[in-house]
Design a protein around this ligand. Structure first.
Ligand code: SF4
Length: 341
């Protein structure tokens, strides 16, 4: 099981709530049987849910739960969060660190794989635990800097003027408090060669109330250009509350992009992918990447073979204008960018 404590930012995710989104974060479902009961799944799902939960704990906030159809074990949102017994099955080629990130961590909380940009682990916590997550085994305990350690990490950025972009990742970076994020952004802004702040997050989707005035305050006032890459895999994830959150981000000058993972039984059909692109654009989000699954142990049952993925994308291209087409990619360890399929 992933245990993401004791870590300062993890504690923030579970300390007594001080606002709407914090309360929702703290109140997320963390019991697999409760998840099954709340969604009227019969008892045959319980043993598998317990098995998967023991490997990677279940976590589902209420705002996301509300978009899942009760009584339907095949609901595409449920499939993303329901632990299954298959997660305990070993599969050839599936490993704990499929992207070999441990080899690209020169400072605590910093991953430097690509030219011109670095990734900062701004929070070890997530609001939701996605069963296919390539970081489901990530050693957050070793990569969550204290404030003093952030100084060393920021020195790394300061010393390399080829770095123009800082990417907040996690966990989910927006699971950190606004105070923590504003502190970090203030220091990034002071590095003259940094131009952009990119934030990879699922929080505006799973708890749309996260996009509140406190967040928009620091985000709206930074000199850095702002890009937010949302992680949305199915059109049912985008309800009116998500659209409203996206509108607020857009008004604060944030460019919104989306990356999806191609997941067997969830979005591996042309109708769903076409509806996803259309729905994203209605929310003001441009489709960006469609990733094939990273081979992380516990997630092999989500795999879509490359040939099937290529056929899907070729069919999708017949349906959509070019600007709604995500690029089908794979992340290959050691490559200097994502690899188009
Ligand atoms: S929110 Fe992102 S980092 Fe967290 S479990 Fe889901 S995919 Fe992984």
């Amino acid at each position: 099981m992933i245990t993401r404590s004791p870590i300062p930012l993890q504690r923030q995710a579970s300390t007594p709530a001080t606002g709407a989104w914090q309360a929702q974060l703290a109140g997320a479902i963390r019991d697999p049987q409760e998840l099954c009961r709340r969604l009227a799944l019969d008892e045959r799902w319980w043993p598998g849910a317990e098995t998967g939960h023991a490997l990677f704990e279940v976590r589902v906030p209420e705002a996301y739960l509300a978009r899942i159809r009760p009584g339907d074990p095949h609901d595409p949102l449920l499939r993303q969060v329901l632990p299954l017994g298959e997660e305990a099955e070993a599969a050839p080629g599936y490993v704990a660190d499929p992207l070999e990130e441990a080899d690209h961590t020169p400072r605590r909380g910093l991953i430097h794989k690509y030219a011109g940009r670095v990734l900062l682990i701004a929070s070890p916590a997530c609001a939701i635990n996605c069963r296919y997550c390539f970081r489901r085994h990530f050693p957050y305990e070793e990569n969550a800097p204290s404030r003093a350690q952030w100084t060393d990490t920021l020195d790394y950025l300061r010393a390399d003027d080829s770095i123009h972009e800082a990417i907040f990742s996690g966990g989910d970076p927006l699971a950190a408090s606004d105070r923590q994020l504003a502190w970090l952004v203030e220091r990034l802004e002071a590095i003259p060669h940094l131009k952009r702040l990119r934030i990879h997050t699922r929080l505006p989707v799973v708890i749309p109330d996260r996009i509140d005035d406190a967040l928009l305050d620091w985000l709206g006032h930074t000199r850095l250009q702002k890009v937010m890459v949302l992680h949305i895999n199915h059109p049912n994830e985008i309800d009116e509350t998500v659209i409203d959150a996206c509108r607020r981000l857009h008004d604060a000058g944030v460019t919104l992009l989306n990356q999806s993972v191609l997941l067997a039984g969830i979005n591996d059909d042309v109708d769903t992918l076409a509806a996803l692109s259309e729905r994203l654009f209605e929310a003001g989000i441009l489709p960006y990447y469609l990733h094939v699954l990273d081979p992380v142990s516990g997630a092999a049952h989500f795999d879509v073979p490359d040939d099937a993925a290529r056929i899907l994308v070729a069919e999708l291209r017949k349906r959509l204008p070019g600007f709604l087409m995500p690029t089908l990619v794979r992340e290959v360890p050691g490559e200097t960018s994502k690899t188009p399929l």
